[in-house]
Ligand binder design. Structure first.
Ligand code: GDP
Length: 659
């Protein structure tokens, strides 16, 4: 049986949830059709999503189209979750991009299409809501060509547009115009097809065109467009046929080396981890052992998705998606076996905001910490920062809506009610030049039994913290080297202004220690012997001094935005953009709206979002995503969680108290 892992993606409200329901119902996987408006759909599993009517977390449902077995992966639609969307897109064989026939292409549609193209996901388009007043097929097609891609072909026409009786009429082989359009589109980069056509037009059969179309769709080069309604069911049978015919099966070599990726983690009833994995190659059996984050872990159970629900199985193979049980240390994004090429090379945008989480009941602090640690541990997209000095916990965020998700998850899954402080932006620090410093063992003012010398140098953006040795590897016990390196990474989480220094070369230039010594009665004498603790305590002092000599500057995150607004509101919006330090490019008129692209500091995105409805009579649509870091005005600093790192005396006093 052919297998297909499919995703439905859409701008919020385009009808993704309703279409998912309709697909499950039409193929018999659901006996009754749920309704988003009544809050009874199957794929929206979180109560919060029901209340908000938006789908946030992905879930898997399964159905069959003839001999094709389809796993449908629900993907989040809100822009705050684009990183999560991309994580799911990376494991798909194909996607259906839903576009509303009334609202047309929306900014989030553009963002999603770009992600699909970047990841080369074969994608069909479904223009939904043809039954609703205001639906306009031609306008949507023009919008697709203008803003998404020109490599599209409408697979049929619509009758009764804008009424309950609207129907989709697929084009057939007899439709000469359709065959000509297909040929035109497909022969542009298919020389064989073009040559055959030039030789003898009639010799290029409709069947050949269809298979050329499937081939091109499979490579993500051409996008067929279907029309229909998730509510009336119009066009859904044709979409299903298109999915089976035009999207490529999720194959892979079952006998090849094991390779897969974990794209989601859930907690089972007893709190155990359930890992969702996509296998690209090889196969996996219950009781197999996997190497995960340096630990060997045993798969104690495998579940696969069937139209009736999750079924236990003894093995799973390439091309499939499964639930794995028993993997205690697993995290989202972990590779299973050999890391798949397509997944490892992807980089997610960093979160640019953070907020302090406060338990409503002060006594729940411990429970809150445990809960947040658990969330962060299974999902690398949730960043946790602990400030022992102030007894505070902060989480990093991609957008304001994520606060509500964190709040609801904490309340529902952990019984902890929380509120948030004001959201602030996360800056970074970059080195201005090079700097070095050292302290020698037994030479004042060094109170530690260790010699450490470090040089810091600027490193290219995205290169991370690199640690190199300019001393002989054998000059010091490995444990001491490790202590220095680990402490370097920890210390660089807070540079001179309290922000992380993400890219930097750190060179160990001096090292020295006193070997383990003992008196005649053979008791270890700490006052004469270096320990890893000496290196852990000394390294921050040396590194901060080297940083001070190199100098750092603070950079703030900047987003690119695209703004769609009624032409007559441009005059009102423009000065507000300037106030918010946005830098727009020239507006592009499109019909009665203006499209405006540009950049804006991440710190001001939310304010723009909030003021936009008032400025545009509710018609402005804003989309933004992280772009880069730019030098921030006036070096904003962040309160340190290690207040005394920059104050030698205070630092030494604290270390001594601890020792
Ligand atoms: P999602 O946010 O993309 O998951 O969209 P939903 O499925 O929640 O749909 C958003 C709203 O549009 C709901 O009120 C649906 O009832 C409505 N809707 C979805 N599809 C259609 C359709 O084909 N026709 C009409 N008339 N309404 C639709």
């Amino acid at each position: 049986m052919k297998k297909l892992n499919l995703g439905v993606v859409a701008h919020v409200d385009a009808g993704k949830t309703s279409l998912t329901e309709r697909l499950l119902y039409s193929t018999g996987a659901l006996a009754e059709i749920g309704s988003v408006d009544a809050g009874s759909t199957r794929t929206d599993s979180l109560e919060l999503e029901r209340e908000r009517g938006i789908t946030i977390r992905s879930a898997v449902a399964s159905f069959a189209i003839g001999d094709v077995s389809v796993n449908l992966l629900d993907t989040p639609g809100h822009p705050d979750f684009i990183a999560e969307v991309e994580r799911v897109l990376g494991v798909l064989d194909g996607a259906v991009l839903v576009i509303s026939a009334v609202e047309g292409v929306q900014p989030q549609t553009v963002v999603l299409m770009r992600a699909l193209q970047r990841l080369r996901v074969p994608t069909l388009m479904f223009v939904n809501k043809i039954d609703r007043g205001g639906a306009d097929a031609d306008r949507v097609l023009a919008g697709i060509a203008d803003r998404l891609t020109s490599a599209v072909v409408a697979m049929g026409s619509v009758t009764g547009l804008g009424s309950r009786d609207a129907l989709f009429q697929p084009y057939r082989s007899e439709d000469a115009g359709f065959a000509a359009r297909l040929l035109d589109l497909l022969s542009s980069d298919d020389d064989a097809l073009l040559a055959a056509y030039v030789e003898d037009e009639a010799a290029v059969s409709y069947g050949r065109l269809r298979s050329a179309l499937a081939q091109r769709v499979g490579r993500g080069r051409v996008h067929p467009v279907f029309f229909g309604s998730a509510i009336t069911g119009a066009g859904v049978a044709e979409l299903l046929a298109g999915i089976a015919e035009l999207l490529p099966a999720g194959d892979g070599d079952v006998d090849g080396p094991l390779s897969g990726t974990v794209f989601k983690i859930e907690r089972g009833r007893a709190g155990e981890k359930v890992a969702y994995v996509r296998l690209f190659s090889g196969s996996l059996r219950v009781r197999d052992r996997l190497q995960l984050r340096g630990r060997r872990e045993k798969v104690t159970g495998i579940g696969v998705f069937t139209p009736g629900g999750v079924l236990p199985r003894s093995s799973v193979g390439a091309g499939e998606i499964a639930q794995l049980l028993g993997l205690v240390g697993v995290r989202i994004g972990d590779p299973v076996g050999v890391p798949p090429a397509s997944v490892g090379s992807r980089q997610f945008a960093p979160p640019t905001l953070e907020t302090v989480v406060v338990p409503v009941d002060p006594a729940a602090k411990g429970a809150l910490h445990a809960a947040l640690a658990q969330l962060a541990e299974q999902d690398p997209l949730i960043g946790l920062r602990q400030d022992d000095l102030r007894g505070e916990l902060s989480v990093s965020l991609y957008g304001e809506v994520q606060k509500e998700v964190v709040q609801a998850t904490l309340a529902r899954e952990f019984g902890v009610e929380v509120s948030f402080r004001e959201t602030t932006v996360i800056c970074i620090e970059r080195l201005v030049g090079c700097g070095s410093a050292f302290e020698i063992i037994d030479v004042a003012p060094n109170p530690f039994l260790a010699t450490v010398g470090l040089r810091v140098e600027p490193a290219p953006v995205g290169s991370g913290v690199l640690f190199r040795l300019e001393v002989e590897l054998g000059s010091m016990p490995y444990a001491f080297m490790r202590a220095v390196e680990e402490t370097v990474h920890l210390t660089l989480r807070q540079g001179l202004y309290g922000w992380q220094v993400p890219d930097c070369l750190v060179v160990l230039t001096h090292s020295g220690y006193w070997p383990r010594q003992s008196h005649a009665h053979a008791i270890f004498d700490k006052s004469m012997s270096s320990t890893a603790g000496d290196f852990r305590n000394l390294t921050p002092l040396v590194l901060m001094e080297a940083l001070r000599r190199a100098g750092t500057r603070v950079y703030e995150p900047v987003h690119t935005f695209s703004l769609e607004l009624p032409a007559d509101s441009y005059g009102t919006v423009s000065p507000v953009l300037a106030q918010l330090r946005a830098v727009p490019l020239a507006p592009r008129p499109q019909g009665r709206v203006y499209l405006l692209d540009g950049t804006i500091p991440a710190a001001r995105v939310h304010e723009l979002q909030q003021r936009l409805p008032g400025l545009t009579g509710g018609e402005g649509v804003l989309e933004s995503a992280f772009s880069h870091y730019a030098l921030a005005d006036g070096c904003p600093s962040r309160p340190r969680t290690d207040a005394d790192r920059l104050d030698r005396v205070g630092y030494l006093l604290r270390v001594q108290r601890r020792v």
